[in-house]
Design a protein around this ligand. Structure first.
Ligand code: PLP
Length: 388
């Protein structure tokens, strides 16, 4: 099958997508159960990672990511937490964390740092040299988020993978690629060890289900599996079934979302009241690596309007079509002011070197509405928010 059609209608890995709900599979004999458990093949118990519906969805996602294996989790944060735990169990005590990443990922890393379980250092993906040299061969987890939520920081994944491999051959390079799902960006295919997703966003794509995923090598997947057995961070068969269903429309959803987000970013960038717009589609010139890394810009963008935080809030209130809600990646376009939600207490993390979010930053997630309607709504809300 041609690569393009495989991405548009994913069928190969789990064509029937049968929902198996039982948590344990009966065996014909005690010997058979013993053998199934010790050979690690066949369905034994759901938390051991052998539920057939979950395994089918994992195979489908791994195929899409170009990875040996994928492991599903009940949320994006369950995936992040299990990854940190698995890295620590593998003897990694140092975490190099991109200086802007999802708020709760940063807070979890800061917690591990405070407990002394991990030494955490915030790093700029454009200037990693010093941090990598400072490792002096010690294995580390380098954790990037590209593009990042909500500042849209981008990292040169191929270049960093080469640099990291040389400086830290026993380390793990992980990328949270939630803003750019596999049809847009495939970190593992670019040489990264671990691609992580909050599937709550584009992979499920309808703002109606939570999930997380990690796609990686067989060796790291085994370590994640062992961590998952202890933590219990397993996805349900229903979640796995829904993932296989949702993957079939990922390509067409992202094509529409990419086109509209691109048009919206250009409209905002050309508006006299808009001081700054952040979206990958506007960054291809400054960061040439993006053209071989991302096939589109994804649906999340952020921007700053003249007039500060109060203007930003008035702008959100003035929108008629676009809803005020957090999260992103669904069918409906949504807007939020990040410092009003998660990021309001970012100072608490006390990790030096983190980027500070502009208080007036507005985050916009583009959905499947008509492009002209979205632009008209943004234009009228910019106008009505001009005066208090
Ligand atoms: N990573 C990124 C980039 C996110 O935006 C989020 C949630 O917004 C997460 C991870 C956590 O995902 P979840 O909400 O599914 O736990």
């Amino acid at each position: 099958m041609k690569e393009a059609s495989k991405l548009q209608v994913l069928t190969g890995a789990s064509p029937t997508n049968e929902l198996v709900r039982s948590t344990a599979a009966p065996a014909a004999s005690a010997k058979e159960l013993h053998d199934r458990f010790h050979r690690g093949s066949g369905y034994v118990y759901h938390r051991f990672g052998s539920n057939p519906t979950v395994s089918g969805a994992e195979r489908a996602l791994a195929e899409l990511e170009g990875a040996e294996r994928s492991v599903l989790f009940p949320s994006g944060m369950a995936a992040v937490a299990t990854l940190f735990f698995a890295a620590r169990r593998a003897g990694i005590r140092r975490l190099l964390l991109q200086h802007q990443a999802f708020d709760q990922t940063v807070k979890l890393a800061a917690q591990l740092h405070r407990w002394g379980d991990m030494v955490v250092e915030a790093v700029d993906p454009e200037a990693l040299g010093g941090a990598l040299r400072g490792l002096d061969g010690e294995p580390a987890l380098l954790y990037l988020e590209s593009p990042s939520n909500p500042m849209i920081v981008v990292a040169d994944l191929q270049g960093i993978a080469r640099e990291f491999r040389e400086a830290c051959p026993d380390g793990w390079l992980a990328v949270d690629s939630t803003l750019a799902p596999p049809v847009v960006q495939r970190p593992v295919a670019l040489g990264v060890d671990v691609s992580l997703h909050s599937m709550t966003k584009y992979l499920y794509g309808h703002a109606d289900h939570m999930g997380g995923a990690v796609s990686t090598s067989a060796a790291i997947a085994e370590r994640l599996r062992a961590a998952q057995v202890l933590l219990g961070t397993v996805a349900t068969p229903e979640s796995a079934w829904l993932l296989t269903r949702s993957l079939k429309t990922l390509g067409v959803r992202m094509a529409t979302i990419d086109r509209s987000a691109d048009a919206v970013a250009r409209f905002l960038a050309s508006h006299s009241e808009v001081l700054e717009v952040r979206h990958p589609s506007l960054m291809f010139e400054r960061f040439p690596f993006l053209s071989s890394q991302m096939s589109g810009g994804g649906g999340l963008l952020s921007f700053v309007l003249a007039g500060g935080l109060e203007r930003a809030r008035r702008f959100c209130d003035g929108l008629a079509l676009i809803e005020i809600a957090t999260s992103f990646g669904g069918t409906s376009s949504v807007v939020e002011v990040p410092v009003d939600i998660d990021w309001k207490d970012q100072g608490e993390t006390r990790l030096p070197g983190l980027l500070t979010l502009p208080r007036e930053l507005i985050r916009l997630s583009i959905g499947l509405e008509a492009q002209e309607d979205l632009i008209a709504d943004l234009a009228q809300a910019i106008d009505v928010s001009a005066s208090p």
